[in-house]
Design a protein. Structure first.
Length: 312
């Protein structure tokens, strides 16, 4: 595994001194909007530097070490922009402790005219990047696995298991669908449980192995892409793992989708395997199950609909 993770500090003050020198201090703190899980701040330092900080409870420090690993993985591909990681850490604070992640602050810019085409081409390049570096060879004595990641992470606020696996179909069944179905079981009646069992038992009838594994962002909807100062797409808030690129592309279509020029450019840069449209809903079943487990029964009907689509 060839991913360099950022330094980890036991206080925010210690982190800032290490990064910017002994005379550094926070001149202004601005709370930023957005994000359901973490609090976000823009820290303006007395030397004029602006830093982006995410914060959560000390108990949730793993959110940030996992995010840092994902951002590092994306940066490793050298294919598409993502925030530069400064450090992670925990702080006891004056009243209550918290965990934090410091990133280089990215000013939002105006989309360039070819923004969506350029974004699609860069995402395709990320999906084409070598993935062998994303596994810890010291933990695998057998042949290098193809799918998973060197560590587990999170999809939203829920844990996401990334146990390395040689089969994409097995990985998607065992470490994506099964845990979500188990967590949501109390929503299901006997008919739906029977359909779920049928779907899992015949998943190979619907999914296919990719021509090559791809590093996935893992949570690729419009809210996790921002426009940087040069007018180019920047990926944020990843839930990275190595899988089938179709899973990322399907996620882009789940909540409104991107403009047609994005999909045209992506398919030109990285042609899809035949039948993607028939698999898209099955990939998005994972995301909808996660939303069902996070936000409640509003998402039960679309889950039922997709399960029925593949079993009736």
């Amino acid at each position: 595994m060839n991913i360099l993770l950022p330094p980890y500090f036991t206080s925010l003050a210690q982190a800032l001194v290490s990064l910017f020198g002994n005379s550094v201090a926070i001149a202004q703190t601005d709370r930023l909007s957005g994000g359901d899980i973490n609090k976000a701040y823009a820290l303006t330092l007395n030397n004029g530097t602006k830093v982006f900080m995410k914060a959560n409870s000390k108990q949730n420090a793993a959110f940030f070490t996992a995010e840092a690993a994902g951002l590092s993985a994306i940066a490793k591909t050298k294919a598409i922009g993502t925030p530069e990681i400064l450090c992670a850490g925990t702080d006891n604070g004056e009243d209550v402790g918290y965990s934090f992640l410091l990133l280089k602050y990215i000013e939002s810019g105006k989309k360039r005219n070819d923004y969506w085409t350029d974004f699609a081409q860069k995402l395709a390049a990320m999906h084409n990047a070598d993935t062998k570096v994303f596994f810890d060879k010291t933990k695998n004595t057998s042949e290098q696995p193809k799918f998973g990641f060197f560590q587990d992470n999170f999809i939203g606020a829920r844990p996401q298991t990334n146990t390395p696996c040689d089969s994409w179909i097995s990985f998607f069944r065992d470490y994506r669908l099964v845990p979500q179905f188990k967590a949501a079981d109390f929503y299901f009646d006997s008919k739906l449980r029977s359909q779920i069992t049928k779907l899992l038992d015949h998943l190979e009838d619907f999914l296919i192995e990719p021509e090559k594994p791809s590093l996935l962002h893992g949570d690729l909807w419009a809210g996790n892409v921002m426009c940087g100062p040069n007018g180019e797409a920047v990926l944020i808030d990843p839930a990275c793992y190595v899988g089938h690129a179709e899973a990322d592309l399907a996620m882009t279509e789940l909540f409104g989708g991107f403009p047609p020029e994005f999909y045209k450019a992506y398919k030109e840069a990285r042609p899809l395997q035949p039948g993607y449209e028939n698999r898209r809903d099955l990939y998005n079943l994972y995301q909808l199950l996660n939303h069902l487990n996070l936000f409640g029964e509003t998402y039960l009907v679309p889950v039922q609909s997709i399960v029925a689509e593949y079993t009736e």
